[in-house]
Write a protein of this length. Structure first.
Length: 240
């Protein structure tokens, strides 16, 4: 398979990139922005990997990326990258400009990248789209997460549109919604809050990036009959 992973050099993305790259028959193309050293290490460890530097805030770099995706002709697209913070101010103290910035930096790039991938998928009548969302869309949203949650909610509905419009072309669009993970995105969380979340967790431990990665691998190889589905990874703390 040929796989494209956005934000594939660090955190959850790196775990997904490395998991696919372990299978030597795969060719894995991943994007990164600031994670230069991590990207170089992945390239060193896996000769079947390709790294593309792309700042999603830069329109010209995004244009070059979508061109590279069309040339690469992937079988699987994994929308994982996120630029910004998980927690900010409470909604009533959040500037409307923050929502606009998040839409520009995180939603528009996913739209452009997914459009490029779907063009490839439709030509060969097969493809898999996997989008990383968040269990906070089902769980009680953390205070201060309005910008992040709003963006993920927008993508949640787009995943359904992609599934409905492209199913007849043997293209599936599914998502994974993980609960709290210890990654760069959540590095600023107070350790006391993390301890409280761990204690209140049904399994008494937090979700790991490896567990999320396993769900992504499953969806990449799943039958196209599995389409328009979200895999919620929250140990049934809340159930849809």
């Amino acid at each position: 398979m040929k796989i494209v992973i956005t934000g594939g050099a660090s955190g959850l993305g790196a775990s997904i990139t490395r998991a696919f790259a372990k299978e030597v028959s795969n060719t894995v193309c991943f994007t990164y922005n600031r994670s230069h050293q991590q990207a170089e290490q992945i390239l060193k460890d896996h000769s079947n990997s390709i790294a593309i530097k792309c700042d999603f805030r830069n329109g010209e770099e995004r244009k070059q990326l979508t061109g590279s995706i069309r040339s690469f002709d992937p079988d699987v697209l994994i929308n994982n990258a996120y630029s910004g913070t998980f927690l900010n101010a409470h909604f009533h103290k959040t500037s409307s400009e923050d929502f606009l910035t998040n839409f520009r930096d995180n939603i528009i790039p996913v739209i452009e990248i997914t459009q490029a991938a779907i063009e490839c998928f439709r030509k060969k009548k097969q493809g898999r789209i996997i989008t990383i969302l968040t269990a906070a869309l089902t769980n009680v949203p953390p205070m201060g997460s309005a910008v992040y949650i709003a963006g993920k909610a927008y993508l949640e509905k787009l995943t359904k549109v992609w599934a409905a419009e492209n199913g007849r072309f043997n293209i599936s669009s599914n998502s994974v919604s993980p609960s709290f993970l210890r990654t760069d995105l959540t590095a600023s969380f107070d350790e006391r809050i993390v301890s409280q979340m761990t204690e209140s967790h049904p399994l008494k431990r937090l979700l790991t990036v490896e567990e999320v990665m396993e769900s992504v691998l499953f969806l990449a190889k799943a039958s196209p009959q599995l389409n328009g589905v979200d895999i919620l990874l929250n140990a049934a703390m809340n159930v849809k």
